[in-house]
Design a protein around this ligand. Structure first.
Ligand SMILES: Cc1cc2nc3c(=O)[nH]c(=O)nc-3n(C[C@H](O)[C@H](O)[C@H](O)COP(=O)(O)O)c2cc1C
Length: 245
């Protein structure tokens, strides 16, 4: 198999860079590969923030942008089988620390989003989606019967656990999209799945809404005292994680 990462040359820039609104391509000093440097810089800037500066609050516009990015995330069939639960209640946030095995960054942040999957992914949910699609695109709902029946055939033939696994996969795509958006805005972020979901469901009253806490995202501004920001990223060499067939 070929390495996908050949060294970039000046001519490569002209060939690959066909979007004039993007900043110029640059090569990463270590790898010599061509990349859009601002995206990579922002992703390198991001780290799993352990300690937020709680004296700083993120703006409503920043939070809304990150939530909208999550809403725009791709999901299988476009079903979006989840809800973003923004926990503003400080007392509730504190209560989450114990079932998160003492991880204080669940409470000490500027915003906490719990991505909760739907546990009632049924035919009614699919029908609602199809009707919304028809309305949004100005289509006769009957035109979407084939698509609807395919989704029903796929999802209703799975076990309840299989449907939850499906929903969880989609939740993680929204998580990644929100993390990337936050990093573009230089809003610090920390994804967290180390918690007892049943306890979170109970504290946040999720079960009554057919929701199940799946993964959390803490947002805010890194504390100058957070030693983790100084640790080098541990990642595979790009040549060891990408293959071209
Ligand atoms: C889905 C997910 C769940 C995570 N859960 C936790 C967690 O519960 N507690 C924690 O301290 N870090 C958690 N992390 C952070 C990872 O440990 C961290 O992202 C990883 O070590 C890479 O470091 P970096 O994000 O600083 O590059 C989680 C990350 C992801 C993506």
């Amino acid at each position: 198999m070929d390495s996908p990462c050949k060294g970039g040359k000046a001519t490569d820039v002209a060939i690959q860079h066909n979007n004039p609104s993007y900043p110029p391509l640059a090569s990463i000093p270590t790898g010599g590969i061509l990349v859009h440097m601002s995206i990579i810089e922002n992703l390198k800037w991001r780290y799993a923030t352990q300690q937020f500066d709680t004296s700083k609050s993120m703006s409503e516009a920043d939070l809304n942008t990150i939530l909208e990015a999550g809403n725009l995330a791709a999901t299988a069939y476009g079903l979006q089988p989840f809800t973003f639960v923004v926990v503003n209640d400080e007392t509730k946030k504190q209560t989450l620390v114990e079932p998160a095995y003492g991880q204080t960054h669940f409470a000490h942040n500027s915003a906490l989003i719990v991505i909760a999957i739907r546990t009632d992914l049924d035919e009614a949910h699919i029908t609602e989606y199809i009707e919304r699609m028809a309305k949004t695109r100005g289509l006769d709902v009957a035109m979407l019967d084939g698509f609807k029946n395919m989704m029903i055939g796929d999802l209703m033939n799975r076990t309840p656990e299989g449907r939850m696994a499906f929903a969880q996969q989609q939740a993680y795509i929204a998580l990644g999209t929100m993390m990337a958006a936050a990093s573009e805005l230089h809003i610090d972020n920390h994804a967290m799945s180390g918690f007892n979901p049943d306890a979170f469901n109970e504290i946040l009253g999720l079960k009554a809404h057919n929701l199940h806490a799946t993964v959390c995202l803490a947002l805010g501004y890194r504390s100058a005292d957070d030693a983790w920001q100084n640790y080098a990223k541990v990642r595979k060499d790009i040549k060891d994680i990408v293959v071209t067939i």
